[in-house]
Design a protein around this ligand. Structure first.
Ligand code: SAM
Length: 241
């Protein structure tokens, strides 16, 4: 099964055990992947379902649903203050590989970038590619960028952390010690210039716990990847034991 190629489909493409392929998907399967009639591939709907499918020209026949075991035991949202340049592309790619459920870009007081509307489309494409590559069952949701203050008030996760590079705060690894594998978690990461004191105070008021990622100051692009790696290592080892 591991050698089979994977493509992402929209749930609406699946009708009565058949997948209606778009012209782009037909081109990709036939010309790029060089699949022939009746070759098998995996279709993923990006919402947790995979199917073994067989190519039949403009359609594919669903042969059977496939079990998926590549998701983290906890739903993790990363709230990331947009870094400058194309740094957010790397955040989306790496954090998708690491198992993030939702990426919430925010504009904070020291954010230097004003994202163009095309950026969201680009991030969604990167997330989809990374989800396929890492054999995820879910393509993470990427929200429209909002201000940090809006992001704070709309948050509903039970476990909330804000990463702060300076100060004496518990390490994220210790802080998530008591998190059960059925809960939801959000982790906020600041921009190059860091959070302002006011932002940190507002986050604490919104029940975010300040945490450290270690003694070194990480780049704004590195910090989300490190945070997610810590959580994945900690919670997956609990789930495996
Ligand atoms: N300019 C800030 C300073 O000198 O304090 C550093 C900002 S850092 C480049 C960008 C963001 O990454 C921070 O706002 C924080 O969220 C996160 N970060 C980086 N290193 C961290 C660490 N050791 N512990 C916790 N968060 C960290």
């Amino acid at each position: 099964m591991s050698q089979l190629q994977r493509i992402a489909i929209a749930p609406s493409q699946l009708q009565q055990e058949q997948i209606l392929l778009t012209p782009q998907q037909q081109h990709y399967l036939g010309r790029v992947l060089r699949l022939r009639l009746r070759d098998r591939f995996i279709a993923m709907d990006g919402k947790g379902k995979w199917w073994l499918a067989q190519l039949q020209g403009e359609k594919a026949q669903v042969l059977e649903p496939l079990p998926v075991e590549t998701e983290l035991p906890v739903s993790i949202t990363l709230m990331v203050a947009l870094p400058k340049g194309n740094g957010f592309d790397d955040v989306v790619r790496c954090c998708t590989e690491l198992g993030v459920a939702v990426i919430a870009p925010v504009v904070s007081d020291r954010t230097l970038l004003n994202p163009s509307p095309q950026k969201l489309e680009r991030w969604l494409r990167i997330a989809q590619e990374a989800a396929e590559q890492s054999e995820r069952a879910f393509v993470p949701t990427i929200l429209e960028p909002v201000s940090f203050s809006t992001g704070l008030v709309t948050e509903t996760a039970t476990h909330r952390y804000i990463c702060e590079a300076r100060g004496s705060y518990p390490h994220l690894r210790e802080a998530i010690n008591q998190v059960s594998t059925t809960s939801e978690m959000i982790i906020a990461i600041g921009p190059e210039g860091g959070w302002t004191q006011k932002e940190l105070d507002c986050a604490i008021d919104a029940r975010f716990q300040p945490v450290s990622l270690g003694r070194r100051i990480l780049r704004a692009v590195t910090a989300p990847i490190v945070a997610l790696s810590i959580v994945a290592a900690e919670l997956e080892s609990v789930a495996f034991n």
